[in-house]
Design a protein. Sequence first.
Length: 447
Amino acid sequence: MARDVPDHFDTAALIAASRPKDPDLHLSGRMVLAAETAALYALPETEVAALADAMAKGQGGAALERLGLTLAPAAPPVPEITPGPVRALALTVSQSCNLACGYCYASGGSFGGPDTRMDWPVAQKAIDRLIGDTPPGGSVKIAFMGGEPMLARDLIRQSVDHANRRAAARAVSVGFSITTNGTLLRDDDAEFLAQNRFAVTVSLDGAKATNDRLRPLRGGQGSFALVARGLAPLVARADRISLSARVTVTPDNLDLAETVGALADLGFQSVGASPMINAPTGKGTLQGDDFHRLLAAMVECGQDWLTATLAGRAHPFANLATALTELHRGKVRSHGCGAARDYLSVDASGSYSACHRFVNDPLGRMGDLVSGVDDRARADFLTERQVEAQEACSKCWARRLCGGGCHQEVLHVGRPACDYVRGWLHFAISAYDRMMTERPDWFDAIG
């Protein structure tokens, strides 16, 4: 079992501080967030207590106006959304996997159906439609997903070559990514990925003992040694590959600081953690107090990242860097991601889904390659799922930062992680204040 996560702070107090007190404002230290605009303001220390008191009395907006700051006007009625063109496509090239992760969102890689692979006519048609619908000068992204996509190695290579030719003929820019368990990667794969400037995400859940327990091969053997072997040629080509690790966090691997360190030792310069909230089997999902332990672990890693970054050292923990980037951009969200808006998935049968997590799920069905993308289904999905339409989100100060959460998770299990999400964002806002004070140059590269 994973070791207990040490409490370096009072997690319960952090969660209490982050719970909604005013639907339009939130205080974290001296930073105040205007919920509807996602704007952050650093208050004079002398004004913090007064604003907190006004918020408790339901007078936060008036108090903010006295400081020369204003809230956004009341939002208009929720409009129906007209989706734009699809600019990113996930090809689920293999609905099969060589691992047997108990928590797998794809039900062992097959998404609840038989093991199957995408054939070339499906991939070709999906690519042709994506690029053909993009005007010259535009750009698209193609992701290869599974199951384990490297089980369809030849199809991936054929698809990339075809996409490059089609894109060049239309003066369209095309980028590629892959999410893989890393066990099947060969040296020639690494060179192919480097030549085509892939963004490569490798799924790992910890150091050897933890990863072998949580991510075994189908025969029961551990997978870590295979991943380490396949990773070496990717690390050697890091100048041409954007390489990152993705950690699925379950109740059995909440020792995140140890995991981040172990994956950094393997050569990853970017390590992101993603909580397991919904699994078809119910195994490995975070429940109840697990989210308190997750928050403690995330903040511990965030504090490590802050210490290193303020000292001018690199640190691989990606979650805080991403949160700070989003806070700095101040862009409001109506949805948690681009699913169904400008991103779709195509499965082995040629059916479109809202994203790769909705394969074989009727709640996210978006047409097929025969009849085309169902824009009516996209519009209905986006209109129903926008945060403005979510009653549960209407009183939450974090609504424009999280966008209402992952669609697939919310539709299947609701929102069990809201306290965790708010606690993490509360911490991130305080970290933003510190970074803007001590390392404002870190934000110079953000577009």
